[in-house]
Design a protein around this ligand. Structure first.
Ligand code: GLU
Length: 281
């Protein structure tokens, strides 16, 4: 059996559209082509935005499209303790810190960076006394990855990844993964559990994903994800970012605008074979 494992990892925050169909078909066809495995993963850690009806629609839309996937499907909301434990292990190693700044304060801090460069946020933990006070006051906070602390454990110059698809500027081959551009990213929030980057690297490793096949909009996420893999001793998958499908207006499909959903498409009488052909499968 080939060790090739790909996955489609949608968040059930809306109905799937043509862009999702293209992404799912790309990951699925890649596995099929080499006799590998294809997984579906439901990325529903954000309880405020995810809805059960969107998860149900993912299953019916993908089945309609002709895909099949292994059971059981991994639903991230079933594994929150696992991500929390990983976050805790990073905390115990001094790799994350509590950031009490609001979104606006973070934006301000970035704006005030020298040279007017659009800088990423780099912060620092509060002094113990101040932090205790903030916690006492019940102020909310985010757990941020400390790049300064991470740098003491990982040589950033050695972080790289293999891109078999292409980044937005055609980047491919063996690429450097420099996490500094992302700044101290948020890995968790006081009451909301862990953030996307952490759950995704934990799951990709746990599920043995060999090829992360996804849209170019996530290309910029690779350096932080590679850093987390290095810090956690997890293997690096091969990446294959694909182009983003553009709508008739030349813009990428998005859940936010009125992109045609697969449900609409189906109701209009288009068959799955029609759609697959239109998308080049
Ligand atoms: N859940 C993410 C999304 O729906 C995709 C994560 C990934 O493919 O790494 O955009």
């Amino acid at each position: 059996m080939s060790p090739f494992v790909s996955r489609f990892a949608p968040s059930p925050t809306g109905l799937l559209h043509r862009g999702h169909a293209f992404s799912a078909l790309t990951a699925y066809a890649a596995a099929l082509e080499v006799g590998g495995r294809f997984l579906l993963r439901i990325e529903d850690i954000d309880a405020q935005r995810c809805r059960p009806q969107f998860e149900a629609a993912i299953y019916s839309d993908l089945a309609w499209l002709g895909l099949n996937w292994e059971q059981p499907v991994r639903r991230q909301s079933d594994h929150l303790e696992k991500y929390t434990a990983v976050l805790e292990s990073l905390r115990a190693r001094g790799l994350i810190y509590r950031c009490f700044r609001t979104r606006a304060e973070v934006a301000d801090a970035i704006g005030a960076a020298p040279h007017g460069m659009p800088a990423a946020y780099i912060g620092a933990p509060l002094a113990a006394k101040e932090e205790a006070k903030a916690l006492d006051e019940g102020r909310s906070f985010a757990w941020r990855l400390s790049l300064a602390a991470a740098r003491r454990e990982v040589r950033f110059e050695n972080l790289d990844f293999v891109e078999e698809g292409a980044g937005p500027e055609g980047q491919c081959g063996l690429l450097k993964a420099d996490p500094t551009a992302a700044g101290d990213v948020v890995l968790g929030r006081k009451d909301l559990g862990v953030a996307y980057h952490l759950a995704v690297v934990v799951d990709d490793a746990f599920q043995g994903v060999s090829h992360v096949i996804r849209g170019q909009d996530l290309f910029e996420a690779v350096p932080v994800q590679r850093l987390l893999q290095a810090l956690l001793g997890l293997p690096a998958p091969t990446y294959r970012h694909h182009r983003l499908l553009l709508g008739p207006d030349g813009k990428k499909y998005s859940k936010r605008d009125q992109a045609q959903t697969l449900e609409d498409i189906r109701n209009q009488g288009l068959t799955a074979a029609d759609l697959r052909a239109e998308l080049g499968f």
